[in-house]
Design a protein around this ligand. Structure first.
Ligand SMILES: Nc1ncnc2c1ncn2[C@@H]1O[C@H](COP(=O)(O)OP(=O)(O)OP(=O)(O)O)[C@@H](O)[C@H]1O
Length: 531
């Protein structure tokens, strides 16, 4: 780093520079510290450091650290196509770009700077593109609530941008060296695990899981992903695949709950012509399709016992037999399985084979429920708020302070999927109910269906029955909803209720609801209770 040129202009003391260098290996601390120091030396109300996701400067910008912005900002992913201000910064050739107060381009942080009483629109704004080794890497943004705040600070801001770029360069070079030495899986352009745009979360529980994923991904071990419904088990499976040496091979997803009983074996292992009526030609099963890659057996606890017996051999030595054939076929497949059931209990009750369970549970990974992830809840909210903002063409979509508090205290029995749908539905409801204020729409607990009993006038029960109260019967949707929406809401609640009561067991929930398992599964999919 060119300390002599940069440090005097930034105002950074040697102690402060030393503090930065000491955390060079820990990006979770480095970037927040950089912003803290910058806010100490520059007159900004909010600032952020964002990194381009992937190899080009065309995709998404992922915030790595923010200061003075609402907590959900860290989960937002800003598409350059949707944010002309960010695009202009990314393309700025001559260093920091200043946007005058009257600038027409919408600011991505409008409404996201919390004030004591209200959230104000951004007034003065500067953005600086950051490059590493001549390639776009990210950007630094500074915002202020009064006009002209950055007058006279141009040189200092440019110096902070140079410092940020130098740090980014150092971080990337060190990360590339470590990775080459260890595994050689990650290229220099790819962001490290915790910075990927797809998975949001940096709570201790999620950080531990991401580290474990990295540890086991590179091996060929069978992984059993455990966790409640909607926690992100599929996302974990995808991540295990993309971070493994099989990433160039196929990732084949089978939902064991969705397979009709009569077709399970043929779906998994294939069949030969004439094996059963309707088998008009030879067909490869999912194991064969996954050859050279990964087979993801989702909802593995739903697999009928007969299919489990056949799977044992595949798990033991990679051998399968198509239905109706004597021939053994060897496949090179890594199996990842997932379930929201307590498989050990299923084994005790004779519903799951012990030998298959032992083969599958070589490396169990437990995905923490959303209620154990602290402020990750707000980050995830940010991810979905930004997606819905873009979909609805709003200048911004944000949470009221009461909505933030309620989100943090709500138990989220349906986990991330429930959060995603609460925001999706809430945004549509709010959009229909009132005009956005200067293009900014603020979601309340009532919009989200997360009011506490006695609060406001709308539904007295939360949108989903709470896991901690499984005996509570699904109440009638108490809002002025059109009949069709009310019916769907009730269906959602009843299904979620039965799933909670039966520990996520779809077959049992289907039994109580008087439905066939695969029909229940289809209905749940239509209602957005699962992908
Ligand atoms: N950490 C995360 N960051 C971003 N999105 C997430 C995260 N976790 C879950 N999601 C999103 O939440 C939804 C539910 O996740 P997913 O389907 O992986 O859950 P699941 O545990 O497999 O659900 P089920 O138990 O119903 O099979 C998906 O849209 C997924 O992209």
């Amino acid at each position: 780093m060119d300390n002599e040129a940069v440090i005097p202009t930034t105002g950074l003391s040697l102690d402060e520079a030393g503090a930065l260098l000491r955390v060079l290996d820990d990006q979770a601390r480095l970037w927040p510290l950089l912003l803290d120091l910058m806010a100490r030396h520059l007159p900004c109300d909010a600032c952020a450091l964002l990194r381009h996701d992937g190899r080009s400067a065309d995709g998404l910008l992922v915030p790595l650290a923010t200061r003075g912005l609402s907590p959900d900002t860290l989960g937002r992913r800003f598409a350059l196509d949707d944010h002309p201000r960010l695009r202009a910064i990314a393309g700025a050739a001559g260093g920091p770009l200043r946007f005058p107060p009257g600038c027409e381009l919408p600011d991505p942080y409008d409404g996201l700077i919390p004030d004591l009483k209200q959230r104000l629109h951004v007034h003065d704004c500067v953005g600086a593109p950051l490059g590493v080794d001549g390639r776009p890497w990210g950007m630094l943004t500074l915002d202020a609530l009064n006009e002209g705040r950055f007058d006279g600070w141009e040189e200092a801001i440019a110096a902070w941008a140079r410092l940020a770029a130098d740090l980014a360069t150092a971080v990337e070079r060190r990360a590339a060296l470590t990775d080459d030495g260890n595994r050689g899986i990650r290229g220099i352009d790819e962001p490290p695990a915790h910075l990927e745009s797809g998975t949001v979360g940096s709570s201790p529980a999620m950080a531990a899981l991401l580290t474990e994923i990295d540890t086991v991904a590179a091996s060929d071990l069978v992984v059993l992903v455990l966790g409640e419904t909607g926690v992100g088990k599929e996302l974990v499976a995808r991540r295990l695949h993309t971070r493994s040496s099989r990433k160039a091979g196929p990732l084949v997803h089978v939902n064991c709950a969705a397979l009709p009983d009569a077709l399970v074996e043929s779906e998994l292992f294939g069949h030969v012509r004439g094996a059963f009526s309707g088998a008009v030609s030879d067909r490869r099963g999912k194991f064969e399709l996954a050859d050279g890659g990964t087979l993801f057996l989702d909802e593995v606890g739903e697999l009928p016992l007969a299919a489990q017996a056949k799977m044992l051999r595949a798990l033991q030595n990679g051998e399968i037999q198509r239905v109706g054939s004597d021939r053994h076929i060897t496949v090179d497949v890594r199996v990842i399985a997932a379930t929201n059931r307590d498989l050990a209990a299923e084994v005790r009750e004779g519903r799951f084979r012990a030998d298959v369970y032992h083969r599958l549970s070589v490396y169990p990974l437990r995905v923490p429920p959303l209620r154990d992830r602290g402020t990750d809840i707000l980050r995830l909210a940010g991810l979905f708020l930004e997606r819905n903002r873009a979909r609805l063409g709003l200048r911004n979509l944000r949470l009221s302070a009461a909505a933030e508090r309620r989100m943090l205290s709500y138990p989220w029995p349906g986990n991330v999927r429930e959060l995603e749908h609460a925001i999706g539905r809430g945004a549509i409801r709010a959009r229909a109910a009132r005009p956005p204020d200067g293009g900014v729409l603020t979601l309340t607990p009532a919009d989200l269906g997360l009011e506490e009993a006695g609060e406001g006038t709308a539904a007295p029960t939360p949108a989903m029955p709470q896991a901690c109260r499984p005996e509570t019967p699904a109440a009638l949707p108490g809002e002025d909803l059109p009949l069709r929406d009310a019916v769907e809401e009730l269906q959602r609640r009843m299904i979620q209720d039965q799933l909670n009561r039966h520990g996520g067991n779809w077959a049992k929930a289907a039994g109580t609801l008087g439905l066939d398992r695969s029909n229940l599964f289809r209905l749940a999919k239509r209602l957005g209770l699962r992908e």
